[in-house]
Write a protein that binds this ligand. Structure first.
Ligand code: ARG
Length: 638
């Protein structure tokens, strides 16, 4: 394991540690990718003789802070569980005993039941900036976290399946799909950064009677050219048209029935019935019926792929409800019946949780149908077989379903059935990541049809905002492309700013503004850092040799202290699984960077100072870019 920088050597000497002894003694730390881990180790080593607590027991009690004026770390004294002593008295005593002149850490401040620690700016600055610049896009990633056995990398990485986006063919792509796409892609990136083997699955809604209806519509009104040109749009139009006809058809039959006519024959030939028969042909694997449907699906996937590419998203698998085989469902049906999980009720098969599970839980889960009387399977039936199929195929350590809160019950029922089937350990590996609603989302061109429409609308709006500043607008090389990226950043940032579970209102004016905590503001922050680098024109060699001890101003040190937190923030996000953990940090960071500019002039300063400050801003650019990429944003250079 190579040492990334000088500070490591100093520290190893200071505490009489080696890379190997750290791995042995502090197995949860990764000091070669997380600079703050060294500091936590160092504090633990210093405090051990003072407190009489073993250093490896101190380390996990050292927390980060959420404001720089509260220090870089804080230690809640009660967490060390020292019997009989008053925490605040202990705090004062320990602070007094702490060395005055430690090279890395200032004497801690005792505040009530806490000790606050401040890192000394000089050594941190001098070790961190080169570390960030040498790690580049890797800074903030931690390939060790996803190892099956942290002590033995040859055992391989843990595997996670992330299912997200999952729209329905020929139906509108609604806000729920938008959020699933944004949050799911973020989570997949997060796990990838933590060294997991990530499988991204898009589970399309592409099966059911409605696809029989769609096929009928195509037979009647289909247009080969239109289908090829824009399958998503064409299929959606057909779908809307044929559904209206189906409704009219049923209403007409209903009216005749009211007049007392015999409608048996009409019903047998109704559109609804024809659709049912067509779908039956599909489930019976009729080749012609399947071929048409497969074309719809394949062409739609081609279009989806292009749109997802705009968001930097690639799926490893386009699965879908249609891909769940009747045999697989048959097999679990037998298992469920054998375990008496299902029961028959007037020809239908259902699961009655109220009978299977006593008390509140069973009541909450209720009753649900698994097979209809006509023998057709349902959404839940397919999910059960699909889940087990995925386990067989991927042997995942964890699986995440990114689906709106409206489907909480559905997923609880799904996981519970897997558990009742005797696959407790598989059920325990599955997790539903849910999220709230988006209120007021409709585009100006009418109802939302597909993701493209949403993104185009944001880009159009963004373009208008940009045009308002004529002077700046004239300088933008590719206004269309820039507006597009900014528009996408707006939607995504707005979506990830609050907690997942909260609802939010889709507000084009707010999210496309350059002021406030918005996507355009983040892009502005990144382009400003990029432009300093262009204007300063300092060579890589000068940057590498810059005298970083010149960075003594509090503004410089504060930027560095925040940059040091990034690996911690990423690791903490793995616990919260909330994009806002990253977004909040990123806004704190960009605000601190932005308020430093007036104090740390680059262009125009003398060469040594210029190089040092440029190195600082270069490190800042790397971290801002890394945060943005984790969120799924494309950092702009200009
Ligand atoms: N296609 C579904 C819908 O639009 C979402 C699928 C969620 N995933 C699942 N495995 N059930 O509602």
């Amino acid at each position: 394991m190579a040492l990334e920088n000088k500070i490591d050597e100093i520290l190893l000497k200071l505490d009489n540690l080696t890379v190997e002894s750290i791995a042995e003694k502090y197995p949860t730390t990764h000091p070669n990718v997380n600079p703050l881990d060294y500091y936590r180790i160092h504090i633990s080593e210093l405090l051990a003789p003072i407190t009489g607590v073993a250093p490896d027991k101190i380390l996990p009690a050292i927390y980060w802070t959420n404001a720089l004026d509260k220090g870089d770390f804080s230690l809640p004294i009660p967490a060390l569980r020292i019997k009989g002593a008053k925490p605040d008295a202990l705090g004062a005593e320990w602070a007094a005993k702490f060395p005055e002149d430690d090279p890395l850490i200032e004497k801690p401040v005792a505040a009530g039941t806490f000790l606050s620690f401040f890192i000394r700016g000089g050594p941190l600055t001098q070790s961190l900036i080169p570390m960030i610049r040498s790690l580049g896009v890797e800074y903030g990633r931690n390939r060790f976290l996803g190892l099956k056995d942290p002590k033995d990398p040859s055992k391989g990485r843990k595997r996670i399946v992330v299912e997200f986006s999952s729209p329905n063919i020929a139906k509108p792509f609604h806000a729920g799909h938008l959020r699933s796409t944004i949050i799911g892609s973020f989570l997949a990136n997060l796990y990838e950064g933590a060294g997991w083997d990530v499988v991204r699955i898009n589970y399309l809604g592409d099966w059911g009677k409605q696809y029989g209806l769609l096929a009928l519509a195509y037979e009647r009104y289909g247009d080969e050219e239109a289908l090829k040109k824009d399958p998503i749009d064409h299929l959606f139009r057909l779908y809307v048209r044929i559904n209206a006809e189906k409704e009219e058809d049923l209403a007409a039959i209903e009216a005749k029935k009211k007049e007392g006519q015999d409608v048996t024959e009409l019903l047998a030939n109704s559109l609804d019935e024809q659709a049912r028969r067509y779908f039956r042909k599909m489930t019976d694997r009729d080749e012609k019926a399947l071929a048409l449907w497969k074309r719809f699906r394949d062409l739609s996937i081609v279009r989806y792929k292009a749109t997802y590419a705009r968001l930097n998203i690639k799926f490893d698998e386009y699965s879908g409800e249609s891909q769940v085989s009747e045999e697989a469902m048959e097999k679990v049906a037998k298992q469920m019946a054998g375990k008496k999980i299902t029961k028959e009720d007037q020809g239908a098969v259902l699961v009655d949780f109220t009978e299977l599970i006593p008390g509140k839980e069973g009541k909450r889960l209720g009753k649900t149908v698994i097979r209809k009387r006509d023998g057709t399977a349902l959404y839940l039936t397919r999910d059960i077989a699909e889940l087990l199929g995925r386990y067989e195929k991927y042997n995942f350590d964890h699986m995440i379903y990114v689906v709106a809160s409206q489907q909480d019950l559905h997923l609880q029922q799904l996981f519970k059935i897997i558990e009742l089937l005797g696959y407790k350990d598989i059920a325990a590996r599955c997790q539903h990541i849910n999220f709230g609603l988006v209120l007021g989302m409709s585009t100006r061109k009418g109802t939302v049809k597909f993701l493209d429409d949403i993104l185009r609308d944001c880009a159009d709006h963004m373009h208008e905002v940009m045009r308002k500043n004529e002077a700046k607008y004239a300088q933008v090389e590719d206004p269309e492309g820039t507006a597009d990226t900014l528009g996408i950043s707006s939607v995504m940032t707005q979506d990830m700013s609050g907690k997942r579970g909260n609802n939010y209102t889709f507000d084009l004016a707010v999210m496309t503004s350059f002021e406030g905590d918005t996507g355009p503001y983040l892009q502005y922050a990144h382009t400003r850092l990029s432009s300093i680098k262009r204007r300063a024109n300092v060579s890589d060699e000068e940057l590498a040799n810059a005298d970083l001890s010149l960075l003594t101003e509090p503004h410089a040190v504060n930027v560095v202290r925040l940059l040091a937190q990034w690996p911690d923030v990423a690791q903490n996000t793995l616990r919260t699984l909330e994009p806002t953990t990253v977004v909040t940090y990123l806004f704190r960071l960009t605000h601190v960077i932005s308020s430093s500019y007036d104090h740390l002039q680059v262009v125009g300063s003398d060469p040594a100072l210029k190089a040092a400050r440029m190195a600082l801003y270069d490190a800042a650019r790397i971290v801002v870019g890394n945060c943005m990429r984790l969120l799924g944003l494309t950092p702009l250079e200009r």
